[in-house]
Design a binder for this molecule. Structure first.
Ligand code: HEM
Length: 389
């Protein structure tokens, strides 16, 4: 796909793509694929022209009743409604609050790494990459740690509609029913007895003198479960896989572990966990030399923007000391990822702990890739841990 994106960036940076029929897309007739860095930036920063609300940020078209529900999620709001919702959550996800989670995250990293078998092969996703975001998410939502397996199962089914291994449409639909029942109970519990978790703050916060509605809260819960899981998990697996494919870069990191934060940024650029988000055009406008019309869909390919040669020198080279934190893996503008500092901290602490304990790890087989046009995911990755130090 990187070659196709390179061609598009070069010859038709804003290209009309006809949607194939009968393979799971509900609608048509197509969408504008935006592949250059600057154009993705323009779309992200102009919600008046490129709406997240009309049609939602998800690629797949929705039935009207499903769309109405999805539109209550912060991700799918435009200013000024978006700004109100965002102000509640941004109070919670400040860099300071995230730094305050350092000790807990460190404890999780030790628990996860301590539980690994010495000198054996494991599935990295199940035992390492999935575990950290799930434990943190359980803390954020104020749910018992054992329930993280429920969260994992729901997010897999909700995002896994196009991957046959997650049970298809029935599993997808029932995941929402099960999860909303759970989130309602959690909301009631945290209204009756607020804790120090993020969910307690959200359910008790007031916007214009009123608390968020059940539907808004359910969608918030869904957003956190998906956004907190799919992305960070695949950043962690992507890190190990990409490093294993670039032995020189791996040695650089082994010699200078202070490079880890830069290496994380480079993996975010090179192996971006989120492939794309969508917008809908609200009024005629020009982009990349093309005339876009009201109602048309625009898809921002972060994976392509992050390999744009106009922005990154030798973009297909993986260099852990590149030091380019201006990638678009977390989006940009109005909806810039609220969890970015949390994800960065989880990755740094876990990878540091893992590599210190098992410096001789080896990827022993090919990754089992997730079938999705949204998440650049890996379902399984066999890794032999080598002797612990
Ligand atoms: C938004 C990526 C981790 C919560 C976004 C967006 C991207 C993104 C691309 C922009 C969506 C848009 O413009 O429509 C990532 C990546 C992550 C990550 C690559 C990890 C490597 C997290 C975590 C959380 C989180 C850990 C929370 C626990 C959110 C929320 C939004 C968001 C709430 C919506 C913000 C808004 O609508 O204003 N993320 N994310 N993300 N992310 Fe993340």
């Amino acid at each position: 796909p990187h070659q196709v994106f390179a061609e598009l960036r070069r010859h038709e940076p804003v290209a009309w793509i006809e949607e194939p029929t009968g393979d799971g897309f509900a609608g048509g007739p197509g969408f504008w694929a935006v592949t250059r860095y600057d154009d993705v930036m323009t779309v992200s920063k102009n919600p008046d022209t490129f709406s997240s609300h009309k049609g939602s940020s998800f690629l797949r078209d929705q039935r009207p009743q499903d769309l109405a529900a999805l539109q209550q999620m912060m991700l799918n709001l435009d200013p000024p409604d978006h700004s109100q919702m965002r102000s509640i959550v941004s109070k919670v996800f400040t860099p300071k609050m995230v730094r305050g989670m350092f000790d807990t995250i460190t404890a999780h990293a030790h628990d996860i790494v301590d539980a690994l078998p010495d000198d054996r092969e494991i599935d990295l996703v199940e035992h390492v990459s999935a575990e950290m975001p799930l434990r943190v998410l359980a803390d954020v939502l104020g749910v018992p740690s054992e329930d993280r397996h429920l969260l994992y199962d729901w997010t897999n089914r909700m995002v896994g509609l196009d991957d046959p291994s997650y049970g298809g449409r029935e599993a997808f639909l029932s995941a929402f029913i099960e999860m909303f029942k759970y989130s309602n109970a959690q909301t009631n519990a945290k209204r009756a007895e607020p804790g120090s978790d993020v969910w307690s703050l959200i359910v008790n916060a007031e916007v214009d003198g009123a608390r968020l509605s059940t539907e808004e809260l359910n969608r918030f819960f869904q957003l956190l479960v998906i956004a907190g899981n799919e992305t960070t998990r695949n950043l962690l697996t992507g890190f190990v896989l990409t490093l294993s494919e670039h032995p020189d870069e791996r040695s650089k990191l082994a010699t200078d572990s202070a490079l880890l934060p830069k290496a994380i940024e480079e993996v975010l650029r090179f192996h971006s966990p989120v492939i794309q988000f969508r917008r809908t055009v609200t009024r005629s406008t020009e982009l990349g030399g093309k005339q876009l019309h009201e109602g048309q869909k625009v898809v921002m390919f972060y994976v392509s923007a992050n390999r744009d040669e106009a922005q990154f020198d030798d973009p297909d080279a993986f260099r852990i000391d590149r030091g380019a934190a201006n990638h678009l893996a977390f989006g940009a503008g109005t909806h810039f990822c609220l969890g970015n500092s949390l994800a960065r901290l989880e990755a740094k602490v876990l990878l540091e702990t893992l590599f210190a304990r098992f410096p001789h790890w080896q990827v022993t087989g090919p990754p089992d890739r997730f079938r999705s046009n949204f998440i650049n995911g890996i379902k399984k990755l066999p890794v032999h841990l080598g002797k612990a130090t």
